[in-house]
Design a protein around this ligand. Structure first.
Ligand code: RIB
Ligand code: CA
Length: 302
């Protein structure tokens, strides 16, 4: 565990489960908030609780937004399943939520926790609502580490899912004065779970490793069916490790704008690479093998 204090906002989701495990292992995880995204809020919240049960993670879980600030509600059930974690029998959670006001929890946690990192690996609705509630939180946080965006899309040709699911929220977050660290698809597609990775986890022979291996096996198969490639990217733990192990990443500083109106580009992150003086730390390079080893060890040590 490093000294970085982290509040993780997520929409479990297969790779979100890996982010929870990674944050619990390498950060001082002070709380988890959930948001609708990969699946409906009731499912993403249940999935976060179940992950904490299986890994013995004792942090408060607060549920949040059931949909975007505006616009249609999008999900990724075609990837993750109707209940967000296809590939396993999802147990009934033992743990319960500590509240249903994620934005309020984020605001109060930033007020009482100096140098807190917010790691956001789902649609940014909760973060935007927290910023609306208390704009001054931008001055209190160490930063906001976001899994989202990129120079290409996965939800559309131009937009990555987390940004596409709530572009107005992303516009509020990227338009704030908070320090932002961004792992987009250009980065996360360099960190993929292949058969060897999954087999190593499976041979750990623990209830958690069996759960994780089944999840990743399903996720890899589903991605192969959908895109025709072995591209089971572990998107979300990258944004955790960009905080706890920044030395494994190569960043560029760019201005990043969110497209809200384009008929074909709504939800696109417009990354201005003409000059290297923008406020957003965009991760372009990663020591993939080292990051994958850290993720493996997070499962092994839970
Ligand atoms: O585009 C990848 C992102 O969308 C990840 O956070 C994944 O969990 C989904 O939410
Ligand atoms: Ca996610």
């Amino acid at each position: 565990m490093t000294g970085e204090k982290v509040l993780l906002d997520c929409d479990p989701g297969h790779d979100d489960v890996m982010a929870i495990l990674t944050a619990a292992r390498y950060a001082d995880l002070v709380g988890i908030t959930t948001v609708a995204g990969n699946a409906a809020l009731e499912h993403t919240t249940r999935n976060a609780l179940v992950t904490c049960d299986l890994a013995g993670i004792d942090v408060p879980v607060h549920s949040g937004a059931a949909g975007p600030l505006s616009g249609p509600t999008h999900d990724a059930v075609h990837v993750h399943g109707n209940e967000g974690l296809d590939g396993v029998e999802i147990p009934r959670p033992v743990r319960t939520t500590a509240g249903a006001d994620a934005a309020g929890f984020i605001v109060e946690t930033t007020a009482r926790t100096p140098s807190l990192w917010i790691v956001a690996v789902g649609p940014l609705t909760n973060i935007a609502l927290a910023l609306r509630q208390d704009p001054a939180l931008t001055q209190r946080v160490a930063g906001i580490s976001i899994m989202g965006g990129g120079t290409f899309g996965n939800a559309t040709a131009a937009a990555e899912f987390n940004i596409w699911a709530d572009p107005e929220a992303a516009d509020i977050v990227f338009g704030s004065s908070a320090p932002i660290r961004m792992c987009g698809l250009d980065l996360t597609h360099q960190v993929c779970a292949d058969g060897e990775f999954i087999a190593w986890i499976e041979q750990l022979r623990t209830p958690l490793s069996a759960f994780v291996a089944a999840l990743l096996d399903h996720y890899a198969q589903r991605i192969l069916e959908l895109v025709g490639e072995d591209l089971a990217a572990l998107h979300d733990p990258c944004s955790v490790l960009a905080v706890t192990h920044p030395q494994l990443f190569g960043f560029g500083n760019h201005r990043v704008r969110i497209e809200l109106d384009g008929a074909h580009t709504r939800g696109m992150t417009v990354i201005d690479r003409r000059v290297a003086r923008g406020p957003v730390e965009v991760a372009w390079n990663v020591e993939s093998a080292a990051v994958l080893e850290l993720i493996r060890q997070a499962v092994a040590s839970a």
